[in-house]
Every structure is written in C-alpha cells, then in structure tokens.
Design a binder for this molecule. Structure first.
Ligand code: MV4
Length: 453
C-alpha cells in the first residue's frame, strides 16, 4: 500500500529526531521547519531538507500555521507530523492542512476538539457507560451551581478547567467555606491560560494513580490497545518518570483497562494514535479522566515492552493503511522505565538553560536515549527544558530500576544543571522501589520550597 513520499516535521528537539528516524526506516523523505535559534540543531542536520520559519518565540515560528503550511508546500511534503506540544492539538491546524491537501499525521479535527473539551469528553464517556468520577455533567455556570454539585457529591471536590491542561485552573476544595474564593480564582486562572474560564467538578480522589492506555486506530474504526503506562510520578502536573507496565497489573487488570480504553476510543470515533487517561483509586476502581489526542512524550516505554514503533504506525495509519496487528498479536515483554532529564535545578526544578559543555549519553544493553542534545549545544530558554529521555528495558521492574541507575551513573551532562541527581535519589527511595507511588508521592517526599516557582 502507498505511503507518503515526503513528510514535513512541525516540531523540534528529540521528538523531531524520533520522527525523522521512523521516516528513514519507512523510506520517506523528511523536511523540517526550524526557528532562528534552532538553526544548528541535530534535527535540522538529520532531515533531508530544512526551512527557517521565523524567530525564536514559538508564536512566530512553531505555532505559525501559515508559515508551516507554506513550508510544506515549498518542500512538496504530502503530510505533516506535528509531534507533541505546539500545533499537535490544534483543530484549526488540522483543518488548514486538509484545506491545503496535506495529510495531518494524527487524529481528526473533531477528535481534537472533543479531547480539548474535558467536560464534554467526560459526558460522552458517562453516556456510554464508561465509569467517570462522580461530578458535574456540564461546566458549572455559577458559584451557586458549583455549591449544589459539590454538596451532592460531597467534599472534598476538585475544580478542573474544561479547556484545561497543565493543572491551570485546578483547585482542590475541602469545604463550603472556601468554595466561593476557589471558584473565582480557578475561573480567572483558566480564562487567562485558555481564553475559556469554564470549570467542571469531580469528587476529589485521594492518593490517585494516573494510569493511561496507548491506543492505535485505523480509518475503518478498528482499534487496538498497547497496554497501560503508570505515570504517577509527577510534579506540578509535569510527568517526570513513567513506566510500563503498571507494577501491580496482572493479566486481568490489563484486559479490563485495555477494553475500557478501546470502548472509550470507539465512543469518540478515534483515529490514529492516542491515549486514554484513567484515575485508579486506592480501592482499585478505574475512572476515565481524559483523552490525549497526540503522540506523548512517554510513548517509548510502550514501544520497549511491545516492540511496536508507534511513530511508524502513526504514519501508516495516516496514509490510510489498516491496522497491521490484531489485539492478540500484541505481546508484552519485560518492564520499561523512562526518566525525563530536564535542564533544571534538581532541587528546585527551576529552568537552567545554557550551553552544554560536555554531553555523553548512556548506552549499552537495554538502554535507549532519545535526545537532540550534543556537546556544544545551547538549551534555548524559549522552549521546554527537556534535554533527554533515558529509557531502559529489563526483564522485570527490579532489573529495569538497576539498569536505569547504571545508565544515569554513566550519563554526563556538564555546563547546565540537570535533573539527573533527582532521579538518582528517587530510584533509591524504598517506597518507589516497592511501587508504592501515587500522584501525591513527590509533593510528600519533597515539600515545595520557598521560591520554587
Ligand atoms: C484529580 C485528583 C483527585 N481527584 N482528580 C489531574 C491532572 C494531574 N496532573 C493531577 N490531577 C489530579 N486530578 C480527581 N478527581 C488529583 C490530581 C492531582 C493534583 C491536583 C491538584 C493539585 C496537585 C495535584 C497533584 C497530583 C494529583
């Protein structure tokens, strides 16, 4: 079956390189866009062609839809891969691609719209009988409405932004007394961040785990899952370490969450690669949380335990190929862990951009480093602070932890501060080693320091 001849990559850094590598193995030519500060990067060097689309601020380069569409037209690219972030979840961008007869490598504009409206996604799931946390069926329209819903489900509750992401507009509300103030500050924050102040309410689930399921869907409506990922190690709503599979998952759990995820994806008429996020509570109950309509940073841990190249699958699915695997063909083997190494102070998590004076990534058996860094590269202050993803595979979780510790010991990053020391401490933590983790884990272990941003 036909594939694209050339793909334009509308992204930078490690994910751009990840996409170039997949394209090279598929025999597809690559063109990449870059901003002024990204001229001398590895991704630009590795792509077959590169086009400058503007100055460093993303609004004038990686988010500039007309420039990117023009770049695709100039390079004769048939398709655009958006990576993650930037335009990956912008339905207008998908429509601009379609209008210019360019394939968008990702879900439909409608999928992205529903995924971006978290209250609506919840409502759709509830209608289909997929469990959601008790809460509001729609965004709450007033303080009074919020109070009524909260009384009905019982405190504590959590306010979330319908257009949300990154924890903006999120507030835990312990009781009636603080509800009014929380309602207004959350609404203001959501409006400032997303131009939409709508809030919905969920019952607050203490010590939840964040478990998500990777989905692949073809254009005919066939959907498979590639198992779950445990993403509970996060700080300020940024994931720091992810693993696959979930430590306490047996075959029954995987079947249950996988089938829920497929039912959810079918309810959305989902296309291409995506992720269904779930809350797992202390009693083992699963609730749908939200849908992510992009390739995610943590996709490699799933690749490591399934042997499936998710980016290649995305490209083939976008070209109209049917799924190449049936659910029973997906085999799971061993355990994988990813550490996101950021250019940040490892104690305060403050960005630490600058020149990398020495960079020696780890390697060896069972170690994969996805990075765009090299000795002499400058981490720009304009974008996210991800320097490298270290991904390991082992026969079980214990071997994966040992291997990650070995990999981080040999990883040399000089000239900037990195979060490597943070992970070295985490990998020695007894609770982490026992798999005794949840989304509040880090807040308890490293109480926020004054001035930590
Ligand atoms: C929750 C929750 C408790 N109950 N939802 C969602 C996105 C993720 N980054 C954090 N989220 C949470 N969702 C329900 N129904 C707890 C969290 C949560 C959290 C919320 C506010 C502030 C800090 C938090 C830290 C970890 C988890």
């Amino acid at each position: 079956m036909k594939l694209f001849k050339k793909i334009l990559i509308a992204n930078r850094g490690e994910i751009a390189i990840r996409i170039i590598r997949a394209c090279q193995e598929l025999g597809i030519e690559t063109a990449i866009v870059y901003s002024d500060v990204d001229r001398s990067t590895l991704a630009v060097r590795m792509a077959d062609e590169a086009i400058c689309i503007g100055p460093a601020p993303a609004a004038q380069s990686y988010l500039n839809i007309p420039s990117i569409i023009s770049a695709a037209e100039i390079t004769d690219a048939e398709a655009i891969h958006p990576g993650y972030g930037f335009l990956a979840e912008n339905p207008h961008f998908v429509e601009a691609c379609t209008a210019s007869n360019i394939s968008f490598i990702g879900p439909s504009a409608e999928n992205i719209r529903v995924g971006g409206d978290k209250s609506r996604a919840r409502q759709i799931m509830k209608k289909k009988g997929i469990p959601v946390v008790p809460g509001s069926d729609k965004p709450v329209m007033s303080e009074e409405d919020a109070l009524n819903v909260s009384r009905k489900i019982g405190f504590p509750v959590i306010f979330k932004a319908s257009a949300g992401g990154g924890g903006k507009g999120m507030r835990i509300v312990d009781g009636e007394l603080e509800l009014g103030k929380m309602y207004h500050t959350a609404q203001k924050e959501a409006f400032a961040a997303f131009g939409n102040g709508d809030l919905y309410i969920e019952k607050y689930i203490p010590d939840m785990r964040h478990i998500e399921v990777q989905i692949l869907a073809d254009n005919k409506g066939n959907i498979i899952h590639l198992g779950e990922r445990e993403c509970s190690i996060q700080r300020r709503h940024q994931k720091l370490l992810e693993e696959a599979p979930f430590t306490f998952a047996d075959k029954g759990f995987r079947k249950k969450i996988g089938e829920l995820a497929i039912r959810a994806a079918k309810a959305f008429k989902y296309r291409n690669a995506g992720t269904m996020e779930f809350i797992l509570d202390r009693d083992g109950q699963l609730y749908f949380m939200e849908i992510n309509t992009r390739i995610q940073v943590e996709h490699p841990v799933t690749e490591m335990i399934t042997g499936i190249d998710i980016i290649k699958e995305q490209v083939k699915l976008a070209a109209g190929h049917p799924l190449s695997l049936r659910q029973q063909d997906v085999k799971f083997s061993g355990h994988s862990i990813e550490c996101r190494i950021n250019a940040e102070d490892p104690e305060r998590f403050i960005p630490s951009p600058g020149k990398v004076t020495l960079f020696i990534p780890p390697g060896g058996y069972g170690v994969r480093t996805d990075t765009a860094a090299f000795t002499g590269w400058t981490v720009p202050a304009h974008y996210d602070s991800l320097v490298a993803k270290v991904i390991v595979h082992g026969k079980d979780r214990s071997e994966a932890i040992t291997r990650m510790k070995r990999a981080l010991r040999e990883f040399v990053v000089e000239g900037i501060k990195s979060t490597i020391p943070f992970f070295q401490k985490l990998l020695d933590d007894q609770d982490f080693i026992r798999g005794n983790i949840n989304t509040c884990f880090l807040e308890k272990k490293i109480p926020a320091k004054k001035g930590s941003g």
